[in-house]
Every structure is written in structure tokens, then in C-alpha cells.
Design a protein around this ligand. Structure first.
Ligand code: SF4
Ligand code: F3S
Length: 375
């Protein structure tokens, strides 16, 4: 419907005094809701509220960059998390500003037609498109344990990720290997960066990822035309710069020495700290307590279960048994002790990660923290 000067339909001619409707207005999203989204995105990116108009301007101007979404050794849980987002407007925003040219789970095309679409992107848009990878990549026995369209996952990843502007590894499998890489790792599963060291990769681990963090990352890219600052595990600092333990609503109970001793006990009913029940929050970097899930209603610890450290590298091996508490440092329950626990485990985890050979190459020019002062 064409807009007229007074907002009503008369002759159906557009009002020349009004700017053309934005893609958001065409989708029925009001300017007020759009600006609210931009303000929320600047908060999610840990930017001052003053950045909201810049984000709005960038999203208004954006020219639908191409995205391809690859699935390898996965459960499609990250796709499900995005598509089943309880906040459809956000998901629509992401999908609307990107041209998703290939996604095995949701695309209508199949077989040769689908593979041709993928080949077209890698050839015609070299260095310009984004890739999202979900699932780990098996390296053992020449990668035969995961093939799509007759090609191994590692072969596809080398071509598609190697020619992209950047690859976003969503979920713990694509980032670090995930459960397929858990000992004894029968397929030699690794994350994208280890499989394709030359690719520019940013990791959004979690099992699954939080779709709001993917939205924020895409918005950052569209606004600043570069990737945000990352930590030593290739994770954006805006989402993984703080420990779960730092923002947990049960933290006052930890500091006061009030713990759940067994499931369903008095402390559990009162919302006490889950440290003794195996919570890995002191050793896990993720924004779950503030970003939350399901329209921000809850998150694992909020629901009464300890964090299992799903955003940490190789957590199936390094964070198990899930119900055994972190190393029993005398005096836990005191603020400084919790910090020591977290720092100590972080060093151990980083060492394991470096040994796995994944972090090398994360310091591409586009990914250097010092290049991303906005974030
Ligand atoms: Fe929260 Fe877990 Fe830390 Fe307790 S140990 S304060 S439940 S993150
Ligand atoms: Fe994962 Fe712990 Fe968050 S289990 S979803 S990092 S609370």
C-alpha cells in the first residue's frame, strides 16, 4: 500500500515528501519497535546507548549481504534455536537483512540445484559473503565420516569458509568439536578454525548458541563492517567477556556460604548457590545470566540447574562429571576464592585449548581487539 500525505489512502500515490518505507516498515515493524531493537542491540554489544542511531542508520542502509549456512556433524540444534526463537521479530530482522542463499534445513532447493547455489556464491562473491557453520568437521580417514553432496565436510569447509569474508561457528561443535570430539573422538572431529586455519572464524559456542548473540554479532558486522573483538578462544567479548559467576543472581548466596546440598532440599527451594551441585559458573565465560533464553525468561542456573560450562572448549571432557563440584579449594564461599577458582580453571582450559591447536590464526587483522575499539 502506498502512503499518502495524511497517512490515508486517497489516490494511492506515494507522498513525495515522505522517505520511501524501509525494509522494516515494509515488514510491519514500527519505527518505535525498530529503535527499541537497535537500543537493545547496542546494549547486547556492550556499546553506549548513543550507538543505537548508528545501528539504525546502518540497518536502514544495508544491502543484504549473502549468507550461507553449512551443517556438518550436528543435531541442527542451533538452527532450531534460531528458528524457534520466542522473539520472532528479532529472528526476522536477522533473516531480512541477509540473503540466505544456502541452508540445507530450510531451503526449498535440493540435490544438484542446492549445490549449484552454493557453488555460485563461492565463485561470484569471493571474499564478500558470510558463512555460518553448525556442527563439527571430522578429519580422520580423510574426512569420510561426514559427506554432503558427495564431498567431505572438510573439503566443503576449505572452499566455502576459505573464500568467505568471515565464518561464524555457531554452537560448541562448530567452534571446538563439541560432543563428536569428546574422548575418544572416533571421527577426529574438530571445530572450523582447526579444520580451516586460513579462514577468518569467530566462535559463538554454547549448546546451543544463544540466537540473540548471533543477532548482535550480525548487527555489529552490518554496522561497523568488521568483526567484534574476541578473546583467546575466538569468542566475541561482548558475549563471552564475563564469567557466569560474575553476573549470577545466586552469587549473593555463594558469597554468604549458602549452598544447595542436595536436589530439592531447603536451599534448592530458596534459590541458593549450586556450586556444591557441580555448577561450572566460576569457570565459564558467557552472558547467559543477562542475555537469558526464551524471551529472556530464564537460563540454566535460573531454572535450578548448575551451569555445565557448555561455552567452554571441549567441555564434554573438561567439565565432566557435571555434578562434581569444581576443585575443592578451602574457604570457597569467599569472593576472592571464587575468583581464584575461575582463574585457575581458565588457565587449565586455555592450555588444553592451545594444545588442541585451535587458537592459532584467530588474530587475523579483521579480528584483532585493538582494531575494534567500538566493542
Ligand atoms: Fe551462580 Fe554457579 Fe556461581 Fe553459584 S557457583 S553463584 S550458582 S554461577
Ligand atoms: Fe551453557 Fe552454562 Fe550458559 S551450561 S547455556 S554456559 S549457563
Amino acid at each position: 500500500m502506498s502512503r499518502t500525505r495524511d497517512g490515508n489512502e486517497h489516490d494511492g500515490l506515494p507522498d513525495p515528501a515522505l522517505p520511501p518505507p524501509t525494509v522494516w516498515e515494509e515488514r510491519g515493524i514500527s519505527r518505535r519497535d525498530f529503535m527499541k531493537f537497535c537500543t537493545a542491540m547496542s546494549a547486547a554489544l556492550a556499546l553506549p546507548p548513543a550507538f543505537a542511531p548508528k545501528i539504525a542508520h546502518a540497518l536502514d542502509q544495508v544491502k543484504r549481504p549473502t549468507l550461507v549456512w553449512l551443517e556438518f556433524q550436528d543435531c541442527a540444534g542451533n538452527t532450531e534455536a534460531l528458528l524457534r526463537s520466542s522473539h520472532p521479530t528479532v529472528a526476522e530482522l536477522v533473516l531480512d537483512v541477509l540473503s540466505i542463499d544456502y541452508h540445507e534445513t530450510i531451503m526449498a532447493a535440493a540435490g544438484h540445484q542446492a549445490e549449484e547455489a552454493l557453488a555460485k556464491v563461492t565463485k561470484e562473491q569471493k571474499g564478500k559473503y558470510l558463512v555460518i557453520v553448525e556442527g563439527s568437521i571430522p578429519m580422520k580417514d580423510n574426512g569420510v565420516y561426514c559427506c554432503v553432496g558427495g564431498r567431505t565436510a572438510v573439503d566443503i569447509a576449505r572452499e566455502v569458509c576459505g573464500n568467505a569474508f568471515a565464518t561464524i561457528a555457531v554452537g560448541s561443535c562448530a567452534a571446538y568439536g563439541g560432543i563428536p570430539a569428546a574422548a575418544p573422538n572416533p571421527t577426529g572431529a574438530v571445530g572450523v578454525k582447526e579444520a580451516v586455519p586460513e579462514a577468518t572464524v569467530i566462535n559463538l559456542p554454547g549448546c546451543p548458541l544463544n540466537p540473540d548473540n548471533l543477532t548482535a554479532l550480525v548487527v555489529h558486522y552490518l554496522t561497523f563492517n568488521k568483526l567484534p573483538a574476541v578473546d583467546s578462544h575466538g569468542r566475541p567479548l561482548f558475549a563471552y567477556g564475563k564469567r557466569i559467576h560474575d553476573a549470577c543472581e545466586r552469587r549473593p548466596h555463594f558469597d554468604a556460604g549458602q549452598y544447595v546440598e542436595e536436589w530439592g532440599d531447603h536451599g534448592h527451594k530458596k534459590g541458593y548457590c549450586l556450586y556444591k551441585m557441580g555448577c561450572k559458573g566460576p569457570a565459564t565465560w558467557h552472558n547467559c545470566p543477562t542475555q537469558r533464553y526464551n524471551m529472556k525468561t530464564s537460563w540454566p542456573v535460573g531454572a535450578g540447574h548448575g551451569c555445565v560450562g557448555c561455552s567452554e572448549p571441549l567441555f564434554w571432557d573438561s567439565m565432566t562429571p557435571f555434578y562434581r563440584r569444581l576443585p575443592n579449594v578451602p574457604g570457597f564461599g569467599i569472593e576472592s576464592t571464587a575468583d581464584k577458582i575461575g582463574a585457575g580453571l581458565a588457565v587449565a582450559t586455555a592450555a588444553a585449548f592451545a594444545g588442541h591447536g585451535v587458537i592459532s590464526g584467530m588474530r587475523h587483522d579483521k579480528g584483532k581487539p585493538e582494531d575494534h575499539e567500538e566493542a
